[in-house]
Design a protein around this ligand. Structure first.
Ligand code: PLP
Length: 369
């Protein structure tokens, strides 16, 4: 192995260098026409619905909750098995996070437990596509409709995934993406909020920039914008140099996702029958974007050590939000999540790897642990 195997990669397309340089040369760095272009490409190339670019996935989640009208006294149902940002966004709006259990064989929120956790105070559900594998969105949206709840997908790890042939980012009321450095598509840092409702998309554009409506606030004779904001806005917009970077990385995005899917298929084929390993379940109508390749393994510490000795990084990634002090006051009863976290482990599957390296990882695992 010539190059080290890493858990993640930060992909920078060769054309990003000239794209970003021309933005720097122009001297216009803030949000402008390149952000608009990037948004247009996200919808045309990836089928996202009304994407509005922001400066992070966390900002996208926060905006979605604001737009959903979630506030103090409200409850939001989400899995504990996620990155802290999902839960923090709920705290930003002063609502109460209610953790639902997950499915043992996907790591995704269990719709049956969502139903059990709904109360009169519930306002929204945040399904998280754990490691890029789509949640049961038909079922979750059906539950939401029946109880008049808003679905906000945390798709930070699922850009490029599909559910029943449709892209994630086109299915629920809101979908939030992250373009952070190690996510599938990076802009350095960035994100997007997709809204089924065009009015919400328009509001996102206003709220991402202090609550100023740029379309309406035309510059005066002196070139200053005249505005009078009517609600609390945020400083969440994306910059043009980040958008230029994102557009460059979109050029071969689908190819790179296909590469991850090929690597995952290699893992599935080779590891499925090894004693001590249980692969996650994948329905044929869900296509994962594979942020990582998750599986269950017996004698996990031995497994981690055996791979580490051969230069292969693995990660447990998270034990869940309820393990963090800030969330500890929210009582949880998550038996499946607890069991999930006793054996789950993740292998690298990013497109910076090669078939040769995946074969090497498989061979090492086959040797035992
Ligand atoms: C990365 C990530 C986020 C946060 O995205 P940022 O762009 O870093 O703010 C939210 N949720 C999940 C599941 C993530 O993996």
């Amino acid at each position: 192995m010539n190059k080290k195997i890493t858990l993640f990669n930060t992909y920078i397309h060769t054309s990003a260098f000239k794209n970003v340089k021309s933005v720097l040369d122009s001297g216009f760095l803030s949000e402008g026409k390149l952000v608009k272009e990037f948004e247009k490409e996200l919808s045309e190339k990836l089928g996202l619905t009304n994407p509005v670019a922001v400066n992070s996935g966390t900002s996208a989640l926060h905006l979605a909750l604001v737009l959903a009208g979630v506030g103090p006294g409200d409850e939001v149902i989400l899995p504990s098995q996620t990155f802290i940002a999902t839960g923090l966004a709920v705290l930003y709006v002063g609502a109460k996070p209610v953790f639902a259990d997950i499915e043992y064989d996907t790591g995704n929120i269990d719709p049956k437990d969502i139903k059990r956790k709904i109360t009169k105070k519930t306002k929204a559900i945040i399904p998280v596509h754990w490691n890029g594998y789509p949640c049961d969105l038909d079922e979750i949206n059906k539950i939401a409709k029946g109880h008049k709840l808003i679905v906000i997908e945390d798709a930070a790890r699922a850009l490029g995934a599909t559910y029943k042939g449709k892209p994630i980012g086109s299915l629920s009321h809101f979908t939030c993406f992250s373009f952070q450095a190690i996510k599938h598509l990076t802009t350095g840092d960035g994100g997007a909020i997709c809204s089924k409702n065009l009015l919400d998309a328009k509001k996102s554009k206003t709220l991402r920039w202090f609550g100023i409506n740029r379309e309406k606030a035309k510059p005066s004779l002196l070139g200053e914008r005249i505005f009078n904001i009517s609600e609390i806005g945020y400083k969440y917009h994306l910059n043009d140099y980040a958008a230029a970077f994102g557009s460059a990385n979109l050029e071969n995005f689908k190819k790179r996702i296909a590469k991850r899917q090929r690597f995952a298929a290699m893992y599935k084929k080779a590891l499925g029958k090894i004693p001590g390993i249980q692969l996650f379940k994948e329905d044929n109508y869900c296509k994962s974007a594979y942020f990582l390749f998750g599986l269950h393994v017996e004698r996990r510490n031995n497994f981690i050590r055996a791979l580490k000795d051969k230069g292969i990084p693995t990660t447990i990634d998270t034990f869940g939000l309820n393990h963090h002090k800030v969330f500890s006051k929210y009582k949880t009863n998550l038996p499946v999540n607890k069991k999930f976290n006793e054996t789950q482990i993740n292998l690298p599957v990013h497109d910076g790897l090669t078939e040769k390296k995946i074969k090497y990882i498989i061979d090492i695992i086959k040797k035992g642990w």
